[in-house]
Design a protein around this ligand. Structure first.
Ligand SMILES: *Cc1c(COP(=O)(O)O)cnc(C)c1O
Length: 432
């Protein structure tokens, strides 16, 4: 893979900047597919990074699409995904979204409630279509080991396992909503192949139990995913080969018993996470009460994931200095290298991207890269905070850089607002 010249990208596109390595995206999806059982298809969850060119790079490597909004649906269609390789998932789908699914002819709607099933039935009748539906099931039991467990709890997602099993033959009676499989998503940020294995075992067994109890066909079984990326010290990346060693035998057995069933795995973070770097320009360096600060031009409004929500102790994403240093520079043996606290331009102490990390001596004009930032970056962050807007995004493929999203300009942010000007000659504005 070619080295990315961040200095050059920063000069051309400005900072803060998101840089995605298209070669890494491609290698990650092809590498995963190469080790997994050929019967399983990998669907990219656009939620993780909805950039159309990020999807295109993954799609080029064989990823299908899992979408949750009209725009995500339009994104993948524009990038060339076939309707047959798209599933639409999410609680609280709008009528407009369901209509778009039927009109597009997506492979399946992942249905999250019985009422939604009735809506799909009604729309199907109206549009004269039969729509394949996978029932999302909220599993009775949770398997520990993921950073966010989905099963075994009251949830807004899906239908409880017990309710699905109790629904009996009624599920097979819909004419236009063709219930033909299940989906289960049991957790995210899983770094243990063994946990993926247990989740997969559960999903495959559940599919067979549901089919036996309710009589639905199993045209597709979506086993979820949740493959993680190591962000923090002490974590190790999940090895795709370990995942394959765990689940391939189960997939093989299931595939033998149900050769016509499509097997689906969903993945967002694992596919996109390691391909992204959030590039910051250091504006000022200073010391406050013994702590060294680098105040950068980008912050948490583009990278909420790096804030470390949900943990009391601030844990840092991996970060590096991207500015080359001449040999012999910064080798002052009398000072320990770092630690540095890297903050952004927001007027809140929470705008701390990196807390006391080891970095070489920083100075104004340096570029710092926050690594593993390709998933849940700008699209999952409050980019409008302080009206900074979203950063530009660049994709690098085979050494060439492509601007794949424009930076928000002031007029982009102002255009959506409407001035209501209090009348200056009215009594209201007179001082009392
Ligand atoms: C968020 C989500 C995904 C993607 O999760 P990752 O951890 O990014 O792989 C997949 N499926 C469902 C149902 C989700 O909600």
């Amino acid at each position: 893979m070619t080295e990315i010249d961040y200095q050059d990208l920063a000069a051309r596109f400005g900072t803060p900047l998101y840089v995605y390595d298209g070669d890494v995206l491609h290698a990650t999806i092809t590498g995963l597919r190469a080790v997994l059982h050929p019967a399983i298809e990998v669907f990219y969850s656009l939620k993780a990074n909805p950039n159309i060119s990020v999807f295109a790079a993954l799609h080029h490597g064989g990823a299908r699409a899992e979408v949750s909004s009209i725009v995500e649906l339009q994104t993948v269609l524009t990038a060339g995904a076939r309707p047959d390789d798209i599933i639409f998932l999410g609680p609280g789908k709008s009528e407009q979204e369901l209509r778009a699914c039927l009109e597009t002819g997506v492979y399946a709607i992942v249905c999250e409630s019985f009422d939604e099933l009735d809506d799909i039935e009604r729309l199907g009748a109206e549009l004269g279509k039969v729509q394949r539906v996978l029932l999302r099931i909220n599993p009775t039991c949770a398997i520990s080991g993921s950073r966010l467990t989905m099963g075994g709890k009251p949830r807004q997602f899906g239908i409880d396992e017990a309710q699905v099993l109790a629904a009996g033959p009624r599920l097979a009676e819909y004419r236009h909503a063709d219930v033909a499989g299940i989906q289960v998503y049991m957790g995210t940020r899983i770094l243990d192949a063994d946990v993926i294995g247990k989740n997969t075992r559960y999903a495959l067994d559940l599919a067979e139990r549901v089919a036996a109890e309710t009589g639905i066909r199993l045209e597709a079984v979506d086993i979820g995913g949740g493959l993680g990326v190591a962000y923090f010290e002490g974590e190790d990346d999940l090895d795709a080969a370990d995942v394959a060693a765990e689940i391939n035998p189960m997939l093989e057995a299931f595939h033998r018993a149900h050769p016509a069933t499509r097997l689906i795995m969903e993945s967002g973070r694992f596919l996109a996470g390691r391909a992204g770097v959030y590039v910051l320009g250091v504006r000022y360096v200073k010391e406050s009460m013994g702590e060294r600060f680098a105040i950068a031009d980008g912050g948490t409004h583009h990278h909420m994931a790096a804030v470390g929500i949900g943990s009391f102790v601030k844990r840092n994403f991996p970060a590096v200095l991207l500015t080359p240093r001449a040999a012999g520079e910064d080798t002052d043996d009398t000072v320990e290298p770092g630690p540095w606290t890297v903050t952004g331009p927001l007027c809140t102490p929470n705008d701390t991207l990196l807390k006391q990390v080891k970095l070489p001596d920083l100075r104004a004009g340096d570029l710092v890269g926050v690594l593993n930032s390709g998933a849940y970056g700008p699209s999952a962050s409050p980019g409008l905070f302080l009206s900074h807007g979203f950063p530009a995004e660049v994709l690098v493929r085979g050494g060439a850089a492509f601007l794949v999203r424009d930076r928000d300009e002031p007029e982009d942010l102002l255009r959506k607002q409407h001035l209501h000007q209090p009348l200056t000659d009215s009594k209201e504005s007179e001082p009392r």
